[in-house]
Design a protein. Structure first.
Length: 194
């Protein structure tokens, strides 16, 4: 690649090269353990060690991958890994938010993430959205009372209706986590709403 033919590329790479070290220095890099779900059957300790070898010390978890919590925690401690967030299903938040809170407290996390609101097929209507808002408001308030933030990773189909129905009020402390993959390779609805 020659930059002399395209000065814009040169400027972009120069800017990226100069700014990246400063932005990375203040950030902890973490990984969602779900991303490595196909590796855990080969061994929990082996997978955690691999992550540690990459220099990553923060994870989003929520599962113990067949181990007792104590055995899982021991493996995490051995590799200086910290679970800062866990994923909790919508059903757990809806059916027993107190139990979901207890799970978050057991893992010692500050953040809980829900990634999916169940719905039939491509139907994501007002009633489903309203019910989800109620679930998130109830669980979000409970979690916040205990110093834990609740976050939701919206998918494009979920946001379309929320955008059209401004009467829906999501818990003011609710955090939305936008997936980079879906923002750029999905429907791009997330970008339009931002």
């Amino acid at each position: 690649m020659t930059f002399s033919r395209n000065p814009l590329k040169f400027i972009c790479f120069l800017t990226l090269g100069l700014l990246t070290p400063f932005s990375v220095l203040g950030q902890d890099i973490g990984i969602q353990l779900y991303s490595l779900r196909n590796y855990f059957p080969e061994g929990v300790e082996k997978t955690i060690k691999t992550i540690a070898d990459w220099g990553i010390t923060k994870v989003e978890g929520g599962d113990t991958y067949g181990k007792t919590y104590e055995a899982y925690k021991s493996i995490m401690d051995q590799h200086q890994m910290e679970t800062v967030s866990i994923g909790i299903s919508y059903e757990e938040l809806r059916d027993n938010p107190e139990k979901a809170l207890a799970k978050a407290q057991q893992f010692g996390v500050k953040y809980v993430m829900c990634s999916w609101i169940p719905h039939p097929g491509n139907t994501f209507d007002f009633e489903i959205t309203k019910a989800a808002v109620d679930v998130f408001n109830t669980a979000g308030k409970l979690f916040l009372e205990h110093g834990i933030s609740l976050a939701y990773t919206p998918m494009a189909m979920n946001l379309d209706l929320i955008k059209r129905e401004p009467s829906l009020t999501i818990w003011p402390k609710m955090q939305l986590i936008f997936s980079t993959k879906w923002m750029f390779f999905g429907h791009n609805t997330e970008v339009l709403i931002l």
